[in-house]
Design a protein around this ligand. Sequence first.
Ligand code: ATP
Length: 233
Amino acid sequence: MLTLSNVHVYYGHVHALKGVSITVEDGKIVSLLGSNGAGKSTTLKFISRLIQPKNGGYEVDGKSMLKASPHKVVKSGIIHCPENRRLFPLFTVEENLRMGAFSRRDKNIKEDLERVFSYFPRIKERIKQKAGTLSGGEQQMLAIGRSLMAKPKVLLLDEPSLGIAPILVKEIFAIIKKINQDGTSILLVEQNANMALSVSDYAYVLENGNIALEGSSQVLRNNDEVRRLYLGG
Ligand code: ATP
């Protein structure tokens, strides 16, 4: 279980997170919704220890991660799939996938490559292609695949629908659900609230650095404010 309690983050004078508390229980998909600049990516960067908080708590399975390095966070199984994918464009699909396993010392890497290909057969067909020549949707699949190569316990997914055709968005979300059913907990940051609420168990709405609302995804889907502000109706 991953918990943040009352986390405050500043960028200079900008108070980006104003006491954020969230919990990702084992085996669940949790969505973090909110409009541009609400603090969603900042929350994920904080969890990966890429930015320091002013104060607040952060625990994984009851152990504080406040002093952990980004490398230690990866070692604990918290894997960040960042916004805009951050692939190595001149490296092949296979090289990018193997890069995801760089911190592992076990011998099951080949098996995990096969697992990634079972989720994304399209990626297998392009194994020798340079990542930079893939379509946007394929690049997103590769970015998720690369994160899976690190054997995540908790996968932090930042805007997997960004810049992708609607039909592929559906396909990618179905695979996200499958990855979760196969045992990986997921914290999902999304502007596509409809999609996010359709796959997640629980959701938080961030507004201007504060958690404005939280609840089961089913309840939030029927919440008037959420419908008006985030679901277009
Ligand atoms: P989006 O959906 O547009 O990516 P977001 O909810 O992920 O938005 P964040 O990127 O977390 O929002 O940004 C939260 C706030 O912090 C914004 O006001 C943003 O301008 C500010 N911010 C983010 N990164 C920095 C930075 N490196 N320096 C200064 N301010 C920053």
